[in-house]
Write a protein that binds this ligand. Structure first.
Ligand code: FAD
Length: 120
């Protein structure tokens, strides 16, 4: 029997544990997580009847085929919320102001959110 210790219960750790149990059902797996809950950066909090995601919140399906496959494999594909066209314009609240999230290199070069990354 294979024995595996996985350190870290974020999406990398638990997806590895999931696929390992699929491939080697008899293997013994210990998933170690130092925080009180699993998920790593994946965290949702409920405030005043609204849910807020503190970490990752979106992915492009055509660019993240493995993530989409993982969601299908664990049966989460029906929980995906597809962004409406109305949400194409996204804003980031920074320094007490709303800023349009850049969607092109040109916008990124001008945006206060990203221009320091491009022109350090
Ligand atoms: C604010 C933010 C927004 C993001 N938005 C997106 C997004 O929209 N779309 C997207 O695709 N990605 C996004 N990302 C990136 C995405 O969150 C990460 O790529 C992904 O969550 C990393 O997962 P992971 O399991 O590799 O690491 P982590 O989520 O960091 O998990 C690692 C886990 O290991 C545990 N650990 C570490 N050391 C030890 C130890 N010695 N012993 C035991 N446990 C340990 C930690 O406590 C943690 O739970 C975002 C990231 C951030 C920070």
């Amino acid at each position: 029997m294979t024995k595996t210790i996985i350190i870290g219960g974020g999406i990398s750790g638990w997806s590895f544990a999931y696929y390992l149990t699929q491939k080697k059902p008899k293997s013994q797996i210990v998933l170690l997580e130092e925080k009180p809950s699993f998920g790593g950066w994946l965290k949702t909090i409920d405030v005043g009847g609204y849910s807020f995601t503190k970490g990752p919140k979106f992915f492009a399906r055509h660019k993240s085929k493995h993530l989409y496959q993982l969601m299908q494999d664990v049966g989460l594909q029906d929980d995906i919320i597809y962004a409406s066209v109305a949400a194409k314009k996204r804003y980031v609240y920074q320094n007490q102001a709303m800023h349009l999230f850049p969607t092109s290199l040109y916008q990124a070069a001008l945006s206060p959110i990203t221009k320091k990354t491009i022109f350090p």
